[in-house]
Design a binder for this molecule. Structure first.
Ligand code: NAD
Length: 484
């Protein structure tokens, strides 16, 4: 079936203003299976106007927190109803097995919507005692107001889940939104917008404009009626967005990349650490911002751990993810395939040794063999750069201090994992590692109630949890003079 996807603006479907389209390509077959509207500045204008109208006296602006919460609850139910469909949409678009989004992305998205339904009625202001105004008593209080129209710019690796992280929080806060999904994966965001209409959200609260970052994304960043940009994606695009939107004083939240360490001490449960490292390397073909792609291992267990990880890599069944027994599909797009292979070659050229995998040359489909490097050091490109593919780099350490120094010797700081049975050490290392989230004996736990985000090049701001909803509000202070 050929998919013909259009923008969703003000509750209706629109072609691009100039009729241009973007081909959608299947990463397994490399065949075009459909197309989406290639959004223009005019399309963004139309969508932002629809979102802005809802905030300026529209039906949405009249709802209170409890009513917004009810709508979010209904949307959660509808997403739950369509779990299989949404998981298939995301999986097919990037060649991922639908089992992963069914087990991870969809339950997380539904939990986020349900949590946000509760937050919508809790965005309270404060009453603040003051010294009065030139001798006259005053009453000062604050209210939390929605920040305004949000431009939500989303990547392709977990399209629905990441869209919902933004959507749930901003709707709880009373904002409206124009979503720009990745050009590779517009399906689930469009379906989500249709579900929101079914749930009863007023038309224009949730709009989706498909297209490229340098057209639709840029137009959102420059639009005078967009108050906040919430971006998840690469540091390169994040930098560009900070330049464009930041200079216009828009609020900017950036969830960027990572090169997250998994620190395996010699007292760790070997099997748990092995399973956790394999998951952190190979889930979603390694196309995960928190991928645990730097495996820091104590020298005394490094050979045995490396060999076991190489066995785990070789045991991964790579192929068409719709076939039974296949655990890993291709990477999502040609550019990603070339990038991953380029880094594998660079690792070899810089002197690291392959324990498993290597440069891939499939006949058809962007398949990459799970790859493990050893004899690497932390200065190599394969240890410093985010590859965003199933490639792990093993680096040995001799002491806890060295492990911490290696973990922190990175421009990124998104996530980290500590594998040890010594809980005092675990907390000591967790405190010392510079990252937004640290897992102790578990890789990258996500929960609707936990904040998510990074330090350093991994971004600015946090999504998730109640504070994630607060981040879509402005605190306004009101002072009234109380003459006696
Ligand atoms: P990308 O930066 O290429 O694109 C992300 C989105 O931004 C897309 O919708 C794209 O069209 C748009 N875009 C690109 N350039 C833009 C610009 N100049 N202005 C406005 N919009 C622009 O990233 P990607 O390849 O889609 O995703 C992979 C990256 O996302 C990785 O670096 C990964 O680590 C990161 N990521 C981070 C998190 C997190 O929570 N921190 C989660 C998932 C992915």
């Amino acid at each position: 079936m050929t998919e013909h996807l259009n923008h969703f603006i003000g509750g209706a479907s629109f072609e691009a203003s100039d009729g241009r389209r973007i081909n959608l390509v299947n990463p397994v077959t490399e065949q075009v299976y459909g197309s989406s509207a290639q959004g223009t500045t005019e399309d963004v204008d139309r969508a932002v106007a629809a979102a802005h109208r809802q905030l300026e006296g529209g039906a949405w602006s009249q709802l209170d927190g409890a009513q917004r919460g009810q709508l979010l609850s209904k949307l959660a139910d509808l997403v739950e109803r369509d779990t299989e469909l949404l998981a298939d949409m995301d999986a097919n678009a990037i060649g991922r097995s639908p089992i992963e989004p069914r087990r991870m992305d969809l339950p997380n998205a539904i939990a986020n919507l349900r949590a946000a339904a509760g937050w919508a009625n809790q965005l309270e202001g404060r009453t603040i005692p003051t010294g009065g105004y030139f001798g006259t008593k005053t009453l000062s209080y604050t209210v939390r107001e929605p920040v305004g129209v949000v431009g939500a710019i989303v990547p392709w690796n977990s399209p629905l889940m990441i869209t919902v992280w933004k959507l749930a929080a901003l709707l709880a806060a009373g904002c409206t939104v124009v979503i720009k999904p990745s050009e590779e994966t517009p399906q689930s965001a469009l379906h989500l917008a249709v579900l929101a209409q079914e749930a009863g959200f007023p038309d224009g609260v949730i709009n989706v404009v498909t297209g490229y970052g340098n057209e639709v994304g840029r137009a959102l960043c420059e639009h005078p009626h967009v108050a906040k940009i919430s971006f998840t994606g690469s540091p390169e695009a994040g930098r560009e967005i900070q330049r464009t939107a930041g200079v216009l004083f828009k609020r900017v939240a950036l969830e960027l990349g990572g090169k997250s360490p998994q620190i395996v001490f010699d007292d760790a449960s070997f099997d748990d650490a092995l399973r956790g490292c394999a998951l952190g390397l190979f889930a979603n073909q390694g196309q995960v911002c928190a991928a645990g792609s730097r495996i820091l291992v104590h020298r005394s267990i490094a050979d045995r751990f490396g060999a076991a990880l190489a066995d785990a890599a070789q045991a991964v069944n790579v192929g068409d993810p719709r076939q039974p027994g296949v655990q890993m599909g291709p990477v999502a797009k040609k550019a990603q395939f070339d990038r991953v292979n380029r880094y594998i070659q660079l690792g070899i050229d810089q002197g690291a040794s392959l324990l498993a995998g290597g440069v891939s040359t499939p006949e058809r489909g962007w398949f990459v063999r799970p790859t493990i490097f050893t004899n690497a050091n932390n200065a190599m490109a394969i240890a410093q750069d985010e590859i965003f593919g199933p490639v792990g780099t093993l680096i040995t350490f001799d002491s806890e201090e060295e492990a911490i120094a290696l973990a922190n010797d990175s421009s990124y700081g998104l996530a980290a994992t500590v594998w040890t049975t010594d809980l005092v050490r675990a907390h000591r290392v967790a405190a010392a590692v510079k990252a937004g989230a640290v897992g102790i004996n578990c890789w990258s736990p996500l929960d609707a109630n936990l904040p998510w985000g990074g330090v350093k090049t991994s971004g600015i701001g946090r999504e998730g949890g109640f504070a994630g909803a607060v981040a879509y509000t402005e605190e306004k202070v009101i002072t009234v003079l109380l003459p006696s």
